[in-house]
Write a new protein. Structure first.
Length: 336
């Protein structure tokens, strides 16, 4: 199978590339490197079945060419991270909505299956925890910048499902909950790599708010395995699936656990949301997925515990992790 992965040089995208190459598929990557990195895919560039193009999903001719060459599309390209979303809401909306429009329009011409990556952020301020795919989405006010991301991804979902219902384009939507693992960086506000780097450097571990907000963290390998199975499964078409772990922990407790596992002497400090992001910033108090729908379809069950995930991330940042696919010597790049 030939798989086009938009955003394939990103954290999740690079691991997905590895998974497809490992099972013998051919991988085409499109990434503008705005939040992804060549370093994430450098070890893949000499693989005979790996090709990448540095360009934007907004580039119609490039997207059309790559869609022609592939069998399926995994659309991961998006604005990511709370920090980027708060600081650049225009970029967030345009990247997410227009990029998805372009991908779906060209996929529809050839009726190529598309998996659209959405986010747990779409549940917004809902208190119906754990979150179910058929639950209500409760968005915050439009003058709160952070909700621009949630709303833009919700539009992506509506558009993908509309293409299926109206035009019979085979689409699948996944709502990714907090996904972590090697190669994730804290640059855009991802909490675990931020805490780990602070702990290893002996700097204060910065918890935003009072630390009572809870999250569930899944290892990228578990998430990628689910993505591959959903792309392959015919019954997934036209459906929305949560992907994540249901092992819940408060951010305050997470900071303490990372400090313990890393052997750090760092102080844990609390920073008000208004100081960290913007005045009036609203956070989700709990974010827990109901993954029973996914489990019923593909037998999904995260294999890695939170402690194992944290140990892997700590090892990576200490330079002890290894790649799934050994580094290659030569370089292969598709012309843009």
């Amino acid at each position: 199978m030939r798989v086009l992965i938009t955003g394939g040089a990103g954290f999740i995208g690079s691991h997905l590339c590895e998974a497809y190459l490992e099972r013998g598929d051919e991988v085409l990557v499109l990434d503008d490197l705005s939040t992804g990195s060549i370093e994430n895919i450098r070890h893949l560039r000499g693989h005979p079945h790996f090709h990448y193009t540095v360009d934007s999903v907004h580039n119609h001719p490039i997207v059309a060419e790559l869609v022609d060459q592939c069998d399926v599309i995994v659309h991961l390209a998006a604005a990511v991270g709370v920090k980027l979303i708060v600081e650049s809401p225009v970029r967030t909306i345009e990247t997410n909505v227009h990029g998805t429009e372009v991908v779906l329009a060209h996929a529809n011409k050839k009726k190529k299956k598309v998996l659209i990556a959405s986010t747990s952020e779409v549940y917004g301020l809902s208190t119906q925890v754990p979150f179910r795919e058929d639950g209500n989405l409760v968005m915050g006010a439009t003058n709160k910048g952070r909700w621009s991301y949630a709303c833009s991804k919700a539009i992506d979902e509506f558009l993908a499902l509309a293409y299926w219902r109206e035009k019979q384009l085979p689409t699948v939507v996944v709502r990714l909950f907090n996904t972590v693992g090697p190669r994730q960086v804290g640059q855009y506000g991802m909490v675990i790599p931020t805490f780990v780097k602070q702990a290893l450097a002996g700097r204060p571990i910065t918890v935003y708010g009072d630390g009572s907000q809870t999250r569930c963290f899944a290892h990228v390998a578990d998430v990628v395995a689910a993505l591959v199975k959903l792309v392959d499964h015919p019954s997934a078409i036209g459906q929305v699936y949560n992907i994540g772990s249901s092992e819940e922990i408060s951010i305050g407790a997470l900071a303490s656990l990372i400090k313990k596992l890393s052997g750090s002497t760092s102080e844990i400090v609390h920073i008000p949301y208004g100081e960290a992001y913007e005045a009036g910033f609203e956070d989700m108090p709990r974010r827990v997925p109901d993954v029973s729908k996914l489990s019923a379809l593909i037998g999904f069950r995260p294999e890695r515990t939170l402690e194992a995930i944290l140990e892997a991330v700590i090892a990576f940042h200490r330079g002890l992790s290894t790649s799934t696919i050994p580094p290659q010597v030569s370089t292969t790049q598709r012309p843009a």
